[in-house]
Design a protein around this ligand. Structure first.
Ligand code: HEM
Length: 449
C-alpha cells in the first residue's frame, strides 16, 4: 500500500516541505528507458515502495509524479492557479498540434472555452444521438462475425468515423479517415519523446520529422477548405458549423483557430473513446457473469441503465485512456508534505490514483459494483476517479464520450456476444500519449440468437 499524504504532514503551501523520494535509476537517463518502454509495472512498483508522490529523473528532465487523489485535487482544483500548461510537455504539444483549446492558456483559453462550451452542453450533445446510433449500426452491420477480429482496430475505426461525422457532419470514406488518423496519431505519439528531445541540441537528427510535417500540412489544407465551405453555408448541425458560427463581443474565431480546434477535438476525441470502448468490451468478455447481468439490464424496459454506467466507469478506472495530466508549477508549493519548486513538471497520474488500495480495495479486480454503492462512493476523495481530469480544464467532451460509449456498448451487446480469443497472454496496457495495448485486442463477436 502506498504511503499517502494522510500519513504525512498536512498540505500547507507555506510550509517548507521535504524532498520527494526518487527511485534509483541509470546514470544520465534515470528512469527514462523504463517509462518510454511503457512500463506501468515500474510506476506501480515505485508507488508501492516510495509512496503516492515521488520524483522521476527522465534524462534531462525531472518530473514529480502525483498518484494521490488529494494532492491531485490541489493541483487541478484548489490551488490550480499555481499550476499551468507551460513547460516541455505543453510546448511540444503546441508545436506539434497547434493552439487548440486543450493546449491553450490564459485569455485565449477563456475566450475559446466560452465560445465552445455551448456546443458540448447536454442539449447539443443529445442532438448527436441519431448520428451516433446510425454510425454504430452501420459499423456493426459490416463487422466480421464468428471469426477473430482485432477489436481495438475496429473500435478505433468506429470512433474516428463517428468523431469526423460529429465534427464535420459528413460521412467520409474510412480509407480517407484512416490516412488523417495515422498522421494525427503519429504526431500525437511524438509529444512525449519530443518533450525530452527539446532539451537536446537542435542539430541532433530527428528521424521522421519531415514526414510528420508533410502529413500535418495535408491535414491543415483539407481543414481550411472545409472551414471556408462551412462559412459559406451558414448555420448547421455539426460541431464545426456551430464553432464557425459561435461569436462573442470580439466576433467569430479566425480560420486558423478553428483549424486548431478541429485538430484538437479530433485528436482528443477518437483515440481516447476508442481505447475505452475496446478495453471495456475486453473486460466484459473476460467476465461472462457480468456480461449476462448487463444483458438482462439492456434487454429490460426503462432508460436508466445503472449497471451499464458502472461498467463504463469501472473500465475507465482500470484503463484511463489519458493515463496522466501534465502541469508545470508556476510557484513554489508543498504537496503531501513534499516541496515542489516553481518550474517543476508535475504529472497527475490517474493510472496510479485509480489503483490506490485506500480507495479501491483489490484494485486490479474489474468490479463495477464499486460505482453502485453510494456509501463507498461518498467515502472516496472526489478525485479518486478522474479519467476526464478535473477543475476548470476538465474534459469538454466528457458528456459526449459517455454518450458514445453507452450507445455503442448497448448496440454491440444487444446484437453480439464478445468472446475472448485464446492466443496466449491477454493484452497488457502500454503507456503512450494515450493508452494502447502491447498486442491487438482480439475478440470474436458471436451473433445473439
Ligand atoms: C473516454 C474518453 C475521453 C477521455 C478519457 C478524455 C480525457 C481528457 C482529459 C484527462 C482531459 C484534461 C487534460 C488536462 O487537464 O490537461 C481532457 C480535455 C479535453 N478533452 Fe477529453 N477525453 C475523452 C473524450 C473526449 C471527447 C470525445 C472530446 C471531444 C469530442 C474531448 C475533448 C476534450 C477537450 C476539448 C479538452 C480540453 C478542455 C480544456 O482544456 O478546456 N475529449 N480530456
Amino acid at each position: 500500500m502506498p504511503r499517502g499524504p494522510s500519513s504525512r504532514a498536512p498540505n500547507d503551501p507555506n510550509a517548507e516541505g521535504r524532498r520527494p523520494p526518487r527511485p534509483k535509476g541509470l546514470p544520465l537517463i534515470g528512469s527514462l528507458a523504463s517509462l518510454l518502454r511503457g512500463q506501468f509495472r515500474f510506476l506501480e512498483q515505485v508507488f508501492a515502495d516510495e509512496g503516492a508522490i515521488f520524483e522521476l529523473k527522465l534524462g534531462p528532465l525531472t518530473a514529480l509524479v502525483v498518484g494521490d487523489a488529494e494532492a491531485a485535487d490541489e493541483v487541478l482544483i484548489t490551488r490550480a492557479d499555481r499550476y499551468d500548461k507551460g513547460g516541455e510537455f505543453w510546448d511540444s504539444a503546441r508545436e506539434l498540434l497547434g493552439h487548440g483549446i486543450g493546449a491553450s492558456e490564459g485569455e485565449l483559453w477563456r475566450r475559446q472555452h466560452k465560445l465552445m462550451l455551448p456546443s458540448f452542453r447536454r442539449a447539443a450533445i443529445s442532438g448527436y444521438r441519431g448520428m451516433i446510433d446510425e454510425t454504430v449500426s452501420s459499423a456493426l452491420d459490416a463487422v466480421k462475425v464468428d471469426a477473430p477480429i482485432e477489436f481495438d482496430q475496429w473500435s478505433n475505426d468506429l470512433l474516428s468515423v463517428l468523431t469526423v461525422r460529429i465534427l464535420l457532419g459528413t460521412n467520409l470514406p474510412l480509407e480517407q479517415i484512416r490516412e488523417v488518423r495515422e498522421s494525427m496519431s503519429a504526431l500525437f505519439a511524438t509529444v512525449l519523446p519530443e518533450m525530452v528531445l527539446r532539451k537536446l541540441p537542435r542539430w541532433l537528427p530527428r528521424p521522421g520529422r519531415g514526414r510528420l510535417a508533410a502529413a500535418r500540412e495535408r491535414v491543415d489544407n483539407a481543414l481550411m477548405a472545409v472551414i471556408a465551405d462551412k462559412r459559406e453555408r451558414g448555420p448547421g448541425e455539426d460541431l464545426l458549423s456551430m464553432l464557425v458560427n459561435a461569436t462573442d463581443e470580439a466576433g467569430a474565431m479566425s480560420d486558423e483557430q478553428l483549424r486548431d480546434e478541429a485538430i484538437f477535438i479530433y485528436t482528443a476525441g477518437f483515440e481516447t473513446t476508442g481505447a475505452s470502448l475496446a478495453w471495456t468490451t475486453l473486460l466484459l468478455a473476460q467476465h461472462p457473469e457480468l456480461l449476462a447481468a448487463l444483458r438482462e439490464e439492456l434487454d429490460g424496459d426503462g432508460d436508466d441503465k445503472p449497471l451499464l454506467r458502472a461498467c463504463i466507469q469501472e473500465g475507465l478506472r482500470l484503463y484511463p485512456p489519458g493515463v496522466m495530466v501534465p502541469r508545470r508549477a508556476v510557484a513554489d508549493d508543498v504537496l503531501g508534505g513534499f516541496r515542489v519548486k516553481a518550474g517543476t513538471l508535475v504529472l497527475v497520474y490517474s493510472w496510479l490514483i485509480h489503483r490506490d488500495p485506500r480507495w479501491w480495495p483489490s484494485p486490479a479486480r474489474f468490479d463495477p459494483a464499486r460505482f453502485m454503492d453510494a456509501e463507498a462512493a461518498r467515502a472516496r476523495p472526489r478525485l479518486a476517479w478522474s479519467p476526464f481530469g478535473a477543475g476548470q480544464r476538465i474534459c469538454l467532451g466528457k458528456g459526449l464520450a459517455l454518450l458514445e460509449l453507452e450507445r455503442a456498448l448497448t448496440q454491440l451487446l444487444t446484437r453480439f456476444t464478445p468472446v475472448v480469443v485464446d492466443d496466449g497472454a491477454p493484452p497488457q496496457p502500454r503507456m503512450s500519449t494515450t493508452l494502447k495495448s502491447d498486442k491487438p485486442i482480439r475478440l470474436m463477436l458471436r451473433r445473439r440468437a
